[in-house]
Design a protein around this ligand. Structure first.
Ligand SMILES: [Zn+2]
Length: 189
């Protein structure tokens, strides 16, 4: 996703609480654990909690505005099989026995399922990325009427569906209130 972040893709988010661009801080491959064949949000949160407390990834208070993105391995699916990606947050805690101190912070994360094609993966990931930026905890930029069944509640990626290339990477369009349209800033094709 570094290529996407290097382009203008996120520039359309400035209209929402002045959101700036983003950078890819780090990425790791987790080879020593597999998710259950049918996983839940808690399984992803548990994975992240373990990686943070063992020092394999940074903790939420070690950098500002972190979003942890998890690409699931092929062959597993979410408990609701219609959901192929999601973003959420959990309370990260870490007990420091030396200091007799407990470190507690909110950790925001997104996960995407993996059908084995890169285009699908980056499409879902871009969708979750813009929604995490604009509505990290379900209290931000949403529409409470519109085409999202069954509740009518949707985020800025849910009302759009086009894809395009940003620096050679397939991404999904998102809703721009300013343009009253779905946009892909920085799109080349
Ligand atoms: Zn969505």
């Amino acid at each position: 996703m570094a290529e996407v972040l290097a382009g203008d893709y996120l520039s359309g988010l400035k209209q929402y609480r002045g959101i700036q661009g983003a950078t890819l801080k780090d990425s790791i491959t987790v080879a020593d654990s597999d998710p259950p064949a049918v996983f839940r949000d808690d399984d992803v949160a548990d994975l992240l909690q373990g990686l943070m407390s063992s020092g394999k990834i940074v903790e939420p208070d070690q950098a500002a505005e972190l979003l942890y993105c998890v690409v699931m391995p092929p062959g597993c699916r979410f408990q609701d099989e219609h959901v192929i990606g999601e973003h959420s947050y959990f309370l990260y805690w870490h007990l420091d026995l030396g200091q007799l101190d407990v470190d507690v912070n909110w950790a925001h994360f997104a996960w995407v399922t993996n059908d084995g094609t890169l285009d699908s993966l980056t499409t879902i990931l871009s969708h979750e990325l813009v929604e995490s930026c604009t509505d990290p905890e379900g209290t931000g930029w949403t529409a409470d009427s519109g085409p999202c069944p069954p509740t009518g509640w949707c985020e800025i990626g849910d009302v759009c569906g086009d894809t395009g290339l940003v620096n050679g990477v397939t991404v999904q369009s998102y809703w721009s209130q300013r343009d009253a349209a779905c946009v892909i800033p920085g799109k080349s094709a």
